[in-house]
Design a protein around this ligand. Structure first.
Ligand SMILES: Cc1cc2nc3c(=O)[nH]c(=O)nc-3n(C[C@H](O)[C@H](O)[C@H](O)COP(=O)(O)O)c2cc1C
Length: 200
């Protein structure tokens, strides 16, 4: 029986891929898992860029997984200034919600000010990309596609390779995808006893 934990037991950080290109249908299915992922306040401060891995190789320090992966997805996230409650971006996102714009801003403003005063807007925005990354890797594994999340990249170089403005966008995370050309590696994980603490 297939369930998410079974898929998670067989997803692994793949370093060597077949040259077979993923079909557009498979890529869209993986991206969809990202698009459906939740974000703080539902703001979806992101864009999913589908790239040929070779075009990002040098900006990702020639990472092993990217040498053979046919595609690499870069999730970019909006920089802090987009999150001002009075910004066009917030308005554009908030008018989709059932509450009025004023009601949304009332709810959002306090947390925005807390993040701004703690200089955390950029990191908060970037952190939104991680759930999408996880969901995409899991959906990919379900389709027989393996992946490798990559934090080893040069932000400015990736942003420039994507022809974006670094004052507006930051790299959230980079993920290589492809059909594996290596044996599945075992999951090395700390035990449930060590990882879980019940405070019930
Ligand atoms: C946020 C994140 C960043 C990672 N960055 C890199 C990276 O830059 N290069 C790399 O080869 N692997 C990277 N990995 C892969 C991890 O090393 C790998 O997932 C971990 O060792 C567990 O192995 P497994 O995924 O096969 O279970 C990253 C994984 C995560 C979740």
């Amino acid at each position: 029986m297939s369930n998410v934990n079974t898929i998670l037991r067989h997803r692994f950080a793949c370093k060597k891929y077949k040259s077979t290109m993923l079909s557009r249908e498979v890529i869209d299915e993986i991206l969809e898992a990202g698009r459906l992922s939740p974000t703080s306040f539902g703001l979806e401060p992101w864009t999913f860029h589908v790239c040929k891995s070779e075009n990002l190789l040098s900006s990702c320090f020639y990472q092993e997984s990217m040498k053979s992966a046919p595609i690499t997805v870069v999730i970019t996230t909006k920089r802090g200034h987009f999150f001002d409650p009075m910004s066009e971006f917030i308005k554009k996102r908030a008018i989709r919600f059932p509450s009025t714009l004023d009601e949304f801003i009332d709810d959002y403003k306090g947390y925005y000010e807390f993040l701004r005063d703690n200089n955390s807007l950029d990191s908060w925005s970037r952190s939104q990309s991680y759930i999408a990354c996880a969901n995409m890797m899991t959906r990919a594994a379900e389709l027989g596609v393996q992946s490798c999340a990559i934090e080893g990249y040069d932000n400015d170089k990736v942003i420039s390779a994507l022809k974006l403005d670094k004052d507006d966008e930051e790299v959230g995370i980079v993920i290589a995808f492809g059909y594996p050309d290596e044996e599945e590696r075992e999951r090395i994980r700390i035990s449930a006893e060590e990882a879980f603490v019940y405070h019930l």
